[in-house]
Design a protein around this ligand. Structure first.
Ligand SMILES: O=P(O)(O)OC[C@H]1O[C@H](O[C@H]2O[C@H](CO)[C@@H](O)[C@H](O)[C@H]2O)[C@H](O)[C@@H](O)[C@@H]1O
Length: 263
């Protein structure tokens, strides 16, 4: 005898299937795996996190990647001895299975832009510049009164550099980033290849740059999780990096991470 499935049951079955589907885990770094610190060099990664990520990477069949505004080389150093798949510089560099899949060119006129940023930092105590070659960040966390001036400068520099560059705002920071790069585009392209393809993407982040990643995983039927407050298109929240660390360490201990681990 054939059993008719009521519409409610169909959606329940779909939800159940999605909850059970193998996931691909994409993790932001600053504000997600580490607490926000006064300056970029001050971040501290709990010593248990990198080995836990390695255990989870294995249990996810390799489908675990970092998606960050930091350069790939920085993340390799912080997470040493592990070299995770990484989309760095807001998606401008992508490395999977040890191979560089894509790397944007250094934007035209970046050197001239850096001269302007250095001049601004030299004449304003508390302003920090990160020269990441393909991108550049201007931080005002230690000089919040300079926010408007710093943003005006970055907007003018980005405009002068032309359509090859976009301005990425973040927590007390503005960055010059290659125009085509975004965390959403990076996640979408990684989801097309092994070991990510066929899995349900889960992306966890905390900042404006992560919203493109949330949109991408939402469009792919995945799970988007924002750490902390703020407007977001993420469908779930986790209060803090400490709470996320607790979830990840417990999952590593069990040797299993699914979408329900984040409920
Ligand atoms: O995508 P993410 O991994 O979150 O990286 C985004 C930017 O994070 C860093 O800046 C932020 O964290 C600093 C350290 O906590 C903090 O001092 C700063 O105010 C934040 O904006 C990093 O320095 C940038 O390069 C990343 O692009």
């Amino acid at each position: 005898m054939m059993t008719l499935i009521e519409p409610d049951s169909v959606s329940e079955i779909r939800d159940f299937a999605a909850a059970e589907q193998d996931i691909a885990l994409f993790l932001d770094f600053d504000g997600t795996l580490v607490e926000i610190a006064p300056s970029p060099d001050d971040v501290r990664l709990d010593r248990l996190v990198a080995p836990a990520l390695e255990t989870l990477r294995t249990s996810l069949g390799g489908a675990l990647a970092l998606v960050s505004g930091r350069p790939v080389a920085f993340l390799d150093e912080v997470l040493t001895p592990y070299h995770f798949d990484t989309a760095g510089l807001h998606g401008a560099q992508i490395r999977v299975n040890g191979q560089i899949l894509s790397q944007a060119d250094v934007p035209v006129a970046m050197r001239e832009a850096m001269r302007d940023l250095v001049r601004f930092a030299n004449s304003n105590v508390g302003i920090i510049i990160e020269d990441k070659r393909i991108s550049a960040a201007l931080h005002w966390r230690l000089a919040p009164q300079l926010k408007d001036e710093a943003l005006d400068l970055m907007r003018a520099v980005a405009k002068r550099m032309g359509p090859g560059v976009r301005l990425q705002e973040g927590k007390s920071v503005a960055e010059l980033v290659p125009a085509g790069a975004s965390k959403g585009a990076a996640i979408t392209s990684m989801m097309q290849i092994t070991p990510y393809a066929g899995r349900r993407p889960v992306f966890i982040g905390d900042d404006i740059t992560d919203e493109a990643g949330f949109e991408a995983v939402n469009a792919l039927g995945g799970l988007s999780i924002r750490i902390g407050g703020g407007d977001t298109c993420a469908t779930r929240r986790i209060e803090s990096p400490t709470d996320l660390r607790t979830i990840l360490l417990a999952a590593a201990e069990r040797g299993s991470l699914t979408a329900s681990s984040f409920s």
